[in-house]
Design a protein around this ligand. Structure first.
Ligand SMILES: N[C@@H](CCC(=O)N[C@@H](CS)C(=O)NCC(=O)O)C(=O)O
Length: 319
């Protein structure tokens, strides 16, 4: 005997909606209006000298990408070792590609260094190898400290340009970096609509600003570019489809796409981009947004090749 279709739909909707709301509240805590509220980072310590730190990073994560970019641009590969983490589809957390001090999961490393820690085990996380504890897990602070403390020929945050860099950072964080998450993690129509407006309004502004310019501020790459690039490079691959940022693609903007290509071709930058890991990470592990785990892999792959042919002269990484 089969149930009438209407009863199945009503029951299915009510069960699924409840479970979806519970899971979304875990993944992306909302305001009363359904707007995504990003949790504060728990560790906000400072570093003093180079040589005793390690970075925990995942290749799909745009916040971790900032730290990898600074490490590559400043040439810190030998001074700052990296532990790679991989998204775990079962619970949405991070596992370690290689065991670290007996830990297989990032949450265990957090517990090792800070027993009883109850916050999120996020990447990037800067770890003090001498003291055996997390120092800082806020990307915007880690990149400033790496630039300040580690010696390099390059200064990504010159004193004379800090005001201008900070001004762009504030706009870009809210409407672009976190803006795409505010679209994808919105839990009400109003919150989604507002996030989409903010995001595409800002992309238009950036498109105009970048006319005739290679970098956001001044004549060289700076922390403002380090913060914009990870979102733009993921945009057509995952934010456009999965996060429903689908008004336009980055490759539809002449200046923005040229800009991404130019940053991509800076020495060391291409090695920080792993398009396969990005697609798999987002489509594969954000279960409440994509319960079937399906992705437009081949279409995305093809789209990337088009993007590459038009805007980049060096080959993209596919491994
Ligand atoms: N404020 C943090 C955000 C980092 C963040 O949200 N990382 C995500 C990956 S893209 C994460 O590790 N999430 C795991 C979790 O929330 O449990 C930063 O900018 O460093």
């Amino acid at each position: 005997m089969s149930l009438p279709a209407k009863a199945v739909i009503v029951l299915g909707r009510s069960i699924w909606t409840t479970i979806w709301q519970v899971m979304m509240a875990q993944l992306a805590p909302p305001s009363a209006d359904g707007e995504y509220l990003r949790p504060e980072s728990g560790f906000r310590g400072a570093i003093e000298s180079e040589g005793q730190y390690r970075l925990f990073v995942g290749r799909s994560c745009p916040w971790a990408h900032r730290t990898l970019l600074v490490r590559a641009l400043l040439g810190l590969e030998d001074l700052l070792p990296v532990s790679w983490t991989l998204p775990s589809a079962e619970d949405g957390g991070w596992r370690l590609a290689e065991e670290y001090q007996g830990c297989d999961r990032l949450s265990e490393v957090y517990q090792l260094g800070s027993p009883g820690y109850r916050g999120r085990s996020t990447v990037p996380m800067l770890w003090d190898e001498k003291l055996g504890r997390p120092v800082n897990n806020e990307s915007s602070e880690i990149i400033v400290m790496l630039n300040e403390v580690f010696s390099s020929q390059l200064d990504l945050y010159p004193v004379a340009l800090r005001g201008e860099i900070d001004r762009w950072n504030a706009l870009i964080y809210d409407r672009v970096n976190n803006g795409v998450y505010r679209c994808g993690f919105a839990q009400s129509q109003g919150a989604y609509d507002a996030a989409v407006e903010g995001l595409f309004g800002m992309l238009e502004e950036l498109e105009e600003h970048l006319e005739g310019r290679s970098f956001l501020v001044g004549e060289a790459v700076s922390l403002a570019d380090v913060r914009l690039f990870p979102t733009l490079v993921r945009f057509d691959l995952v934010y456009f489809g999965l996060f429903k940022c689908c008004r336009r693609r980055v490759r539809d903007y002449r200046n923005l796409s040229r800009y991404v290509g130019e940053i991509y071709r800076l020495p060391g930058v291409a090695d920080t981009c792993d398009f396969g890991a990005i697609v798999e990470g987002y489509y594969g592990s954000l279960f409440p947004l994509n319960p079937g785990g399906l992705c437009r892999w081949w279409e995305i792959w093809d789209g990337c090749k088009v993007w590459d042919t038009h805007f980049c002269s060096s080959p993209l990484r596919w491994d």
